[in-house]
Write a protein that binds this ligand. Structure first.
Ligand SMILES: [Mg+2]
Length: 239
């Protein structure tokens, strides 16, 4: 009997790509980064590579949060031949502020949360994102009114997919894994984490990536959460 649904935030409910791109384009124009990188696409390609590497190191515990926030701008500036730590810090702070004001959500997010809340589930966020931005994203985008709990690795001190993260969530909700479902877009942190914790995972594969997750329910749209096949809403004529 499912009582709680745990949602990842970025790329699952909150449209990270759309919101991030708007913030990046704003920063790129405001700081005349075309003079350094030539084009936005070139800048973003380098940024994306640096950001991915730094996040991997952050997840491994080999770099600090501030290394991600500022390093993902400091490294591209250095690679482009314009090392500037002070500018990297400004860009890092500005990006976090601008992106967390983003209001774009993944398709069907509101209707799905609204329906699942009406069914009576406790709806919660489980995210590895930074504390400084995740609460702002949730508030600005209107997700907050549907949520009962917000669980951030930044506050728990342990990231998905590690089991202590989910142990903490289970303890706080005074529930057990068999009474929970997790919906997320990351096979590594969300799906592996849920499987390891004994929670039923639903993989939101919005980008249609190749995936090999035996026994895991895969959806291409959040709207599928309201269909009989996910078993979350009572079967009826209005589903
Ligand atoms: Mg995600």
């Amino acid at each position: 009997m499912t009582e709680h649904i745990l949602f990842d935030l970025d790329h699952t409910l909150w449209d990270f790509d759309t919101n991030s791109r708007a913030a990046m384009l704003s920063i790129f124009g405001r700081h005349r980064l075309a003079l350094v990188f030539g084009s936005y696409d070139n800048f973003h390609r380098i940024y994306d590579d640096c950001n991915t590497r730094l996040w991997r190191s952050y997840a491994d515990g080999t770099v600090a949060k501030s290394d991600v926030v500022y390093g993902r701008f400091a490294r591209p500036l250095a690679i482009a031949g314009h090392p500037d730590e002070a500018l990297a810090r400004r860009l890092g702070d500005e990006y976090l502020r601008l992106t967390s004001d983003g209001m774009a959500l993944m398709p069907h997010a509101i209707e799905v949360l609204s329906r699942l809340k009406a069914v009576g589930y406790g709806l919660h966020i489980v995210s590895n994102g930074f504390r400084e931005v995740q609460y702002r994203k949730i508030a600005h985008s209107g997700l907050g009114r549907f949520l009962t709990g917000i669980f951030l690795s930044d506050e728990i001190g342990c990231m998905k997919p590690h089991k202590p993260f989910f142990d903490h969530v289970m303890a706080r909700l005074a529930t057990t894994p068999d009474r929970c479902v997790l919906v997320g877009d990351s096979p590594e942190s969300d799906i592996a984490g849920a499987v390891g914790a004994g929670i039923r995972p639903i993989y939101y594969n919005s980008r249609g990536l190749a995936c090999d997750l035996p026994g895991v329910r895969v959806i291409a749209s959040l709207a599928e959460l309201l269909t009989d096949s996910c078993g979350l809403v009572p079967a009826g004529p209005d589903n």
